[in-house]
Design a protein around this ligand. Sequence first.
Ligand SMILES: Cc1ncc(COP(=O)(O)O)c(C=O)c1O
Length: 406
Amino acid sequence: MPSVRRLAVELEVSPATVASAYRDLRSRGIVTGRSRGRTTVSLRPPLRVRSEAPVPVGTRDLATGNPDPRLLPDLEEALRLVAMRTRLYREPLVVPEFAAAARVRLEEIGLDGSEFTVVGGAMDGIERVLQAHLRPGDRVAVEDPGYSGVLDLLAAMGFERHPVRVDNEGMIPDALAEALRFGVSAVVLTPHAQNPTGAFITPARAADLRAVLDSAPEVTVVEDDHLGLSADPPYGTLVDRRSRWAFVRSVSKTLGPDLRVALLTGDPVTVSRVEGRMSLGAGWISGVLQRLVAALWNDPGVDALVTQAARTYSARRQALIAALRRRNITAFGASGLNVWIPVTQESSIVAGLLERGWAVRAGEAHRLTAPPAVRVTTATLEPEEAEAFSEDMLAVLHPPHRTRIA
Ligand SMILES: Cc1ncc(COP(=O)(O)O)c(C=O)c1O
């Protein structure tokens, strides 16, 4: 857009009138304020929809980010055990069985559990919290590399994404401090199983990040616990004791993504805005789903399965990282379901691996300014496969030199 002064001259109106019009457009998300006073037309709509090429038949799919279905509970069996009851309008949003089970889970990670609600998965929770406090054009600090779903959601909501680089322990404190100085309105971060790098916020890093965040008490901080595995290994949350915060724990990776249930806790204003807005639209998360999740959470057999899943994911991830290291290939993955392998050129590596029968994900969808890499989902990768994969990765990274014979 032209500058305020230029447009005022062109339209023969006062600069105050143009500035006021720009403010109005900005508050409606039609334009976005940029650095150095520039105003830009927002990128929405149309929305970019990422479409992944289907994995060819016979290819080993390590591209999807899915949990291992064999490590998820049998829902048919669980459904038979859940006492269902007819629920009517105007009942509390959270059913008592879910509330009781949720409190236990919140206490486990040191959150007081007095304010919480149920949302339709981690992404739904993040969207609702940001909608409760931000307006299009606001700036949000995100991990870079980060989860493509979050990056795309922020763009779709008309927010500016401010990349914050991550290392093995999550957001780098200095990079977060810079984002706060830049004037972000919110920060979205993952405490562990960072997607795609597997970063895990250690207690020491959590203390450093807390200190940085304390310098910006007005900023909304959302912690995305999409993995929801307390056992991998225990971590401390860093969002409570702020004035605007939310913690979202999804059951997608532990009980199954199709349940679309997440527990959301936060400060009283955030939780009540999320609930208030939900009650006007979707209304509530079905009591059938809430009771099913509560029954699964309370089942010692499911608990054992979830613990086994945490151990298995850890072993599979570490097996791949070790197999790659034996071949002098650097890879990251301190926790979670994925391993992140830096490369110089994503598309040729993805294509080369595909030729050898492995589908992996190009890192592009996960990056704003971070350097290239590929993401390998190790959730189902057996240790023997890790060796074969690493051998092929080595071949693709260092193809034999072709010599031209004159
Ligand atoms: C970091 C992160 N957040 C959120 C999600 C999605 O969670 P949900 O299914 O609960 O919306 C994923 C899925 O892989 C993820 O990796």
